[in-house]
Ligand binder design. Structure first.
Ligand code: FAD
Ligand code: PYC
Length: 416
């Protein structure tokens, strides 16, 4: 075994990472690309990856105003499941879940996908009717799901309070065993590394400040590093989708609202699954590091603040402590917010636009992390072929004119 002297320790602490191989390049922007992807979150990076891998298009720049994964990708509570009610949404999220199941191997990068199961609790008769309907619909779609009793919930999550006398008595739950969590920033890093290896340019600290459109056709984007031309522009800017659409003169049916989360001090393993409750507006899992990862509902107002606030934390922790009385003695470490873009039907937009060569993938609201691989896959196909992928068809912008909305408020409910 190699022995380190005190000197070596200090030397390594100061310059050890100088010799590390960079995981992706930091190229100078070219004047022109075939495709520009706006937004270097998980969805944007996955889009670039599948464009290169599935469609052989590698002349791509991913343009990110901050750092990779610094938006909602790195701010979410990482819950992954596919138990949506309507066929269109269930098929899309199930494609994503199937891709999650092979993602670490596909990217040769450990995204720490852990299928520890997801419980959605029911606290009243209407909750239980909704849960039964959703589980039945899921099973008809070949998606795993069960309705479970309070006793079974207690076996899965022993610290939970199933007393009928508590403020929010638990009557049952839906249980999706294939659901779980993943390491959020590893997802961005894994897709970035794999896309970069196929020749995609990843441009961080590069903000799109204008989108140039001439005679109804996109020409390129203005950025803080100069103008970049492109034949196609694929926008995946999550909480900023309304703002970015405005740069091209478009209005999207989205509202941007802060969504908050917090983590506790690390604990010994005590919760081996994910627990969500629409009625109390809280959800909790335990990270592999030991922290309790806890999330809230969206703030009751529109805004772009990426920070936490005490009243939301108090409200959320009241609910979590009702469900898990033992957690009342745990100290909380950090809180933050992310900005989510929500559509009126709690479903995403994956669509061409009225501007030729301009595409949007947004509106995932409070629930897009779980969709990351599927979203990138179908959006890449849509952009490459200039028509909706079959699974994206129902999520076009035209549904807001035709009225063919897909109301997923029930399945998205916990944070919406
Ligand atoms: P982002 O990671 O936000 O990527 C968009 C990127 O676009 C950002 O990096 C941003 O900087 C960049 N950008 C914006 N404007 C510009 C511009 N003008 N120029 C260049 N770049 C630009 N979903 C789940 O499925 N499960 C959960 O448990 C869950 N929990 C959540 C908890 C919280 C607190 C929050 C905030 C969200 C949660 N979500 C969850 C939702 C999920 O995080 C998002 O739907 C998903 O991460 C969106 O992915 P993205 O890659 O599109 O977004
Ligand atoms: O969509 O599963 C979800 C979710 C959980 C917390 C926030 N969103």
């Amino acid at each position: 075994m190699k022995r380190y002297s005190g000197f070596n320790l200090v030397k390594n602490a100061l310059n050890y990472n100088e010799h590390w191989q960079k995981v992706w390049r930091s190229p100078t922007p070219k004047e022109r690309y075939d495709i520009i992807v706006v937004g270097g979150g998980g969805h944007g990076l996955a889009t670039a990856y599948y464009l290169a891998k599935e469609h052989g298009i590698t002349d791509i720049a991913v343009v990110e105003k901050g750092y990779l994964g610094g938006g909602n990708t790195g701010r979410n509570t990482t819950i992954i499941r596919s138990n949506y009610l309507w066929d269109e949404a269930a098929h899309l999220y199930e494609l994503a879940l199937k891709l999650w199941e092979g993602l670490s191997q596909e990217l040769n990068y450990n995204v720490m996908f852990s299928q520890r199961g997801v419980l959605n609790l029911g606290h009243n008769l209407q909750d239980m009717r909704d849960i039964e309907r959703r589980v039945n619909a899921n099973r008809l779609n070949g998606i795993d799901g069960e309705v479970v009793s309070p006793r079974r919930i207690k076996e899965i999550a022993p610290l939970i309070n199933i007393s009928p006398n508590c403020r929010y008595p638990i009557l049952g739950a839906s249980w999706q065993p294939r659901g779980g969590v993943a390491r959020h920033d590893a997802v961005a890093w894994g897709y970035a590394r794999a896309a970069d290896a196929m020749g995609v340019d990843i441009l961080q600290q590069t903000e799109v400040t204008d989108i140039s459109v001439k005679n109804g056709i996109v020409e390129g984007v203005e950025t803080n590093k100069g103008f970049i031309r492109a034949q196609k522009i694929a926008c995946v800017p999550a909480g900023n989708s309304g703002v970015v659409a405005g740069l091209a003169g478009l209005r999207l049916p989205v509202e941007s609202r802060p969504l908050q989360a917090l983590v506790s001090e690390p604990l010994k393993p005590c919760l081996d699954t994910v627990v969500m409750s629409n009625a109390v507006h809280g959800y909790v899992s335990q990270s592999d590091k030991g922290d309790l990862v806890i999330g809230a509902g969206v703030d009751g107002y529109n805004g772009y603040g990426q920070r936490g606030s005490f009243h939301v934390i108090e409200h959320t922790l009241q609910a979590i402590c009702e469900l898990f009385p033992a957690f009342s003695r745990v100290r909380m470490n950090r809180q933050w917010g992310g900005v989510v873009d929500t559509c009126p039907d709690a479903c995403p937009i994956i669509s061409k636009t009225s501007v030729e060569g301009l595409y949007f993938n947004c509106g995932w609201g409070t629930g897009g992390f779980k969709a990351t691989p599927g979203s990138g896959f179908v959006f890449a196909d849509t952009v490459a072929n200039d028509r909706a992928h079959p699974l994206a068809k129902a999520f076009g912008l035209d549904r807001f004119n035709t009225g063919a909305l897909i109301d997923e408020h029930g399945a998205a409910g916990v944070a919406h």
